[in-house]
Design a protein. Sequence first.
Length: 152
Amino acid sequence: MYETIDRHAPVGFYNLAEDFYKAAILCATAREERTVRFKFSHVPYYLHTHSIELALKAYLRTRAITEAELKKSFRHGFIDLLAKCEELGLKFRKPKRTRELVHFLNELTKDQALRYFYGGAKQLPELHEMREGNERILAAVQPACVKSIKTG
C-alpha cells in the first residue's frame, strides 16, 4: 500500500515541494504544447513559487526549526527563509542568481500577486528561470531531507 509520511517532517515538506514543482512543469508543458489554454499565464509561476517556499521550509525542518516557529517567524517571507537556510548551512549552485530569484519572489508574494488576481501587469522572469531556480533549491535541500529520514 502507501507509505505514511509525516507531512510536518522535513521529507513531508520536501515531497510536497517536489509535487508542486512537477505540477508547474506539467502546466508549462501543456501551455507550450497548446493542449491547455490558461486564462492567466501566472499559474505555473505560482506553483514554482510555492514549491520553493516549501523546499526552504523543508530545509529548516531538518535543522530542528519547529512548524510553529516556521508559521510564527517566516510565514511567506522568502528573504528571511533563504537567509536562515544559508545561515544554517544550505548551499546551492549559482547562489547569486538564486538569491536574485528569491528576492524577486519575495516582492511578488508581499501582495499575493501570484495567488490572487490583481489588475495591472507584473514583470515576471522567464519561466525557464523559475524552473532552474526551483531545481537548484530542490537539489540543495533534498540530501538534508533524505539524511533526516535516516537519522530520525
